[in-house]
Design a protein around this ligand. Structure first.
Ligand code: ADP
Ligand code: ZN
Length: 599
């Protein structure tokens, strides 16, 4: 193990391994297979990078994230690691050059797109050289249930048959038990040692509130907490991403849209600016973000509800990979649910698939409406035990008031039933309030015993009751009936009086308390911080790489806090290995010294 630790300290500049990096590295170094499930930002990459450096030959990393390979490889080269990549962005000359370097044993790591591995040419190339290991990144792409399915991943089992002696590792950040099983089966990893590490992302603050003028809600959030930060705003439709990006740009933010309908060139440009410039906000559909390796994303905002808790977890997980505070912020409303249900119903999948999606959507909704700790619920969904009070989510920070909604819920369910389970919320509320609309008279609903019995609540409060009943699965919005509400089995005991129900009091959304404004500790000199950042930016521009490839924010922070005056002191900073010390130590020391002398 000492060799791995030496590489960690000298090459990567980190003091010690995190759980369970050392054991995973050991397993692979000794020639065994591994399956690693670890949350985003947990430190998966080192688990194959280090054994690839220790073992003979080149490590092959299979990744679907072509757009990121260049950055990943640049980051490794900064550390002095001999890395390269093969994908469709290279010219044939460039491909030949990379292959030549592989043949002559000049590579420690080679990133390849999955479709390359399906080519006989690539396989025979790999057979002709020495391979230290195969790392299959984003391994959940083998899952046909998941939204990231890649057909090329299914043929990766051939790595096992063609290279039986080469150790393999599958890595992912999202996998429920079912997907986990699929990964193990499809990749023939039955004998792999399994490492499953917690899902908790303690630096992410989860906040969900009700939609009411969502654009203004978003604007208030960004202006008060993330004026100059990089972040992602997710929307459901392409059009909405474009409209929202334009609107944010008009409000003075560096905002750009990203969705599958934009040309490849525009997408690549926006992604590049997001990675390389500071403070860029990307407004995207889910087409954006898989594996986005940007550590300093300070917020992820959802203007529309994700379809599943898995998707919510994965999308919000793109915030705060550097471990500094970050926000996962969302607004949602019942109209989201209706829209998603309609999308589900008109999708082409088979019935069972639709049912699974329906259940997952219901779980997502339930998650929005809980009155208890969000993190606890999220972790429980992934079968991970945790404290019932995390102290870093909206419900922990501002406890939700609840009230006994048993009586009103009965009225609400009964009006759904008596009107024939085919009307949407606004009409149901009209009936309860005894409003005399044309529709009420057209269907004779003024004759119903439930007509006008709902005077104790306002229309808005009734809407909240219906929303919560849907979220908790007492009623469904039926897509075939244009969002008309239908009762479910679950409402029986409530209607019969055998069960009571506590409802959330809808919060009037106030401006949040000052939360995670900036990762900068109070006692750091802002002038020094800016000087360090500007030096880093200059280095990044010279080399055409994103600033964090030079040093992460956390390394700059440590620099500003500890203010080393010698190279020796500099080498103690986290994230400073031998190579970076050599390349950048002197330059940053000059900045530090100048600052200390007040120049
Ligand atoms: P993942 O692939 O699991 O999302 P990464 O491999 O990108 O995560 O690692 C996330 C961050 O944590 C990176 O900045 C990485 O350099 C850092 N990191 C990984 N292992 C360690 C460690 N043992 N000590 C300190 N930092 C680490
Ligand atoms: Zn909490």
């Amino acid at each position: 193990m000492s060799q791995a630790l030496t590489i960690l300290q000298n090459t990567f500049g980190y003091e010690s391994f995190r759980e369970p990096q050392a054991e995973v590295i050991d397993t692979l170094t000794d020639g065994g297979d591994a399956f690693l499930l670890m949350s985003t930002g947990g430190g998966k990459s080192l688990c194959y990078q280090i054994p690839a450096m220790i073992r003979n030959g080149c490590g092959i990393v299979v990744s679907p994230l072509i757009a990121l390979m260049q950055d990943q490889v640049s980051a490794l080269r900064q550390l002095g690691i001999r890395a390269s990549f093969l994908n469709s962005t290279l010219s044939s000359d460039e491909v030949f050059e990379v292959e030549a370097r592989l043949r002559s044993g000049e590579l420690d790591l080679l990133y390849v797109a999955p479709e390359r591995l399906a080519q006989a040419r690539t396989l025979s190339l790999f057979k002709s050289v020495s391979i230290s290991l195969f790392a299959i990144d984003e391994a959940h792409c083998v899952s046909q249930w998941g939204h990231d399915f890649r057909v090329d991943y299914l043929s990766l089992d051939r790595l096992h048959t063609e290279f039986p002696d080469v150790p393999r590792i599958a890595l992912t950040a999202t996998a429920d038990a079912r997907t986990r099983g699929e990964i193990v089966n499809s990749l023939a990893l039955q004998n792999a040692k399994q490492f499953v590490v917690g899902f908790d992302r303690p630096n992410i603050q989860y906040r969900i509130s009700l939609k009411s003028n969502p654009r203004n809600q978003l604007l208030r959030f960004l202006k008060s907490e993330h004026r100059d930060d990089a972040g992602i705003v997710y929307c459901l439709s392409r059009k909405k991403t474009e409209d929202t990006a334009k609107w944010l740009a008009d409000q003075g933010f560096k905002a750009m849209p990203y969705h599958a309908g934009l040309s490849a060139a525009v997408r690549a440009d926006h992604q590049r600016r997001f990675l390389e410039e500071e403070g860029v906000v990307i407004v995207a559909t889910i087409a954006f973000g898989m594996g986005i390796d940007k550590p300093d994303v300070r917020f992820v905002a959802h203007l529309d509800l994700p379809k599943t808790i898995e998707a919510y977890y994965q999308e919000t997980g793109r915030a705060g990979r550097d471990g500094s505070p970050a926000n996962a912020w969302m607004v949602y409303g019942l109209q989201d649910v209706t829209k998603l249900r309609q999308m589900l119903d008109s999708s082409t999948g088979d019935e069972q698939h639709k049912r699974v999606e329906q259940i997952k959507l219901n779980a997502m909704l339930g998650f929005c409406e809980i009155a208890s700790c969000r993190r606890h619920a999220l972790l429980a969904y992934f079968d991970e035990p945790s404290s019932e009070h995390c102290g870093n989510c909206d419900t922990c920070l501002t406890p939700v008031e609840t009230w006994d909604g048993t009586e009103v819920s009965r009225k609400a369910l009964s009006v759904i039933y008596r009107t024939g389970q085919r009307f949407g919320v606004s009409h149901l509320v009209d009936v309860l309030l005894g409003t005399d609309t044309d529709k009420v008279f057209q269907f004779d609903h003024h004759q119903l015993p439930t007509y006008g019995v709902g005077g104790e609540l306002s229309a808005k409060e009734w809407q909240s009751v219906f929303r919560q009943l849907v979220a908790r699965g007492y009623a469904n919005a039926d897509a075939e009936r244009f969002g008309g509400l239908v009762l479910t089995e679950k409402c029986r005991p409530l209607l019969k009086g055998d069960e009571s129900i506590q409802l959330r009091k809808d919060q009037v959304v106030k401006a949040a308390k000052k939360l995670t404004k900036t990762p900068l500790p109070d006692d750091i000199d802002v002038g020094l911080w800016e000087a360090l950042r500007s030096h880093r930016r200059q280095l990044a521009e010279e080399q055409g790489v994103p600033p964090y490839v030079i040093f992460h924010d956390s390394t700059l922070q440590a620099m500003a806090e500890l203010m080393p005056t010698t190279l020796d002191g500099f080498s103690d900073l986290p994230g400073v290995g031998a190579r970076k010390l050599d390349k950048y130590g002197g330059g940053f020391l000059v900045v530090l010294t100048r600052h200390a002398q007040g120049v």
